[in-house]
Ligand binder design. Sequence first.
Ligand SMILES: Nc1ncnc2c1ncn2[C@@H]1O[C@H](COP(=O)(O)OP(=O)(O)OP(=O)(O)O)[C@@H](O)[C@H]1O
Ligand SMILES: [Mg+2]
Length: 372
Amino acid sequence: MAEVELKHVWKIYESGFEAVKDFNLHIKDKEFVVFVGPSGCGKSTTLRMVAGLEAISGGELYIDGQLMNHVLPKNRDISMVFQNYALYPHMTVFDNIAFPLKMRKMPMSEIKKRVEEAAAILEISDLLKRKPKALSGGQRQRVAIGRSIVREPKVFLMDEPLSNLDAKLRNQMRTELIKLRRKLNTTFIYVTHDQTEAMTLGDRIVIMNRGVIQQVGTPKELWGKPSNMFVAGFIGMPQMNFIDGELMESENGYRLFTAGAELELTETHQTLLKGRQVKGGKVKIGIRPEHLHLSENGIPASADVSELNGGTLNLHANVGGADVTAVIQLTDDDIHAPQVGTPIHLSPEPQRIHVFDPETEENLLYGSYVNE
Ligand SMILES: Nc1ncnc2c1ncn2[C@@H]1O[C@H](COP(=O)(O)OP(=O)(O)OP(=O)(O)O)[C@@H](O)[C@H]1O
Ligand SMILES: [Mg+2]
């Protein structure tokens, strides 16, 4: 059992800087939660408060229902892996992994058993006699993870553990982490600024900006129902397109217009907008590149550069001065990218259109995230 609960948690550094503001989250037993957001948004600060490495300025932290605010890090039964994992260069892999257990004066037979188990899980059993300098980056990272596994903590905290690895190794280690998580079956809190990592690893994702939670949800929820333009723009690659539009209320419901075209709204749109009593006016229309298609008619645009991306083509275009991207699926080897400057038309899939308030940036279909 390891539930982690943060209630109205604040971090105000001595300088007066508010790094984390009113953070509320209930992490369930065995859940894998990812904190994601841009640099400086307060991810590490929050994680360090859970670990006890940073004092909590306001609010409460509970682990398994017990108040932890003033419990020492070593008594929280938590283990943390950092981005800059430091291995002891003069020690073998075995001794590096065994180190926290030796510190606890655990009997050698038990140490050996735990190190060998961890090494087997991480597939580094044949490296136990080596020194860190004779390992690759990914192997070193696995040793660092091994050192945190052997302690058998209630909660694993990981702060950008893969960010020092190259892209290929990072993908590989991501898969390893998914397997590791299945084997260990404990609670994980994982920090990253990489949305792909967040989307592939997290049961739930906490997306932060400037110390404030923007939304908490499953990857599917964040992708399909982003609560505001920040979340909508952060999740998804290439980024969601935002174009200026005008929402109008008529007798037959809402109508949506943008640069030279009317966009079709679905019954669901009508119900959601009406349900929230949304007023007509200027809006930002959000369309993901994969939901925007070349068509006979639709939004008039002018083709810009195209990038071939494996089986797809990222077509950049200009819509009334704004840059938009459409992902075009290529069905055969025949690649017809429109020439730069060619007039084209783009149509969004109606059921995938998002509508945002241009001032508050909230999603007009679903409303803001309720932080409680
Ligand atoms: N000791 C400190 N005193 C004052 N401000 C601090 C201190 N430590 C961090 N901060 C500030 O708090 C904010 C949050 O920092 P934090 O390290 O939590 O960000 P982060 O989300 O982990 O970013 P990154 O992705 O770059 O690691 C930043 O603006 C940072 O400058
Ligand atoms: Mg950080």
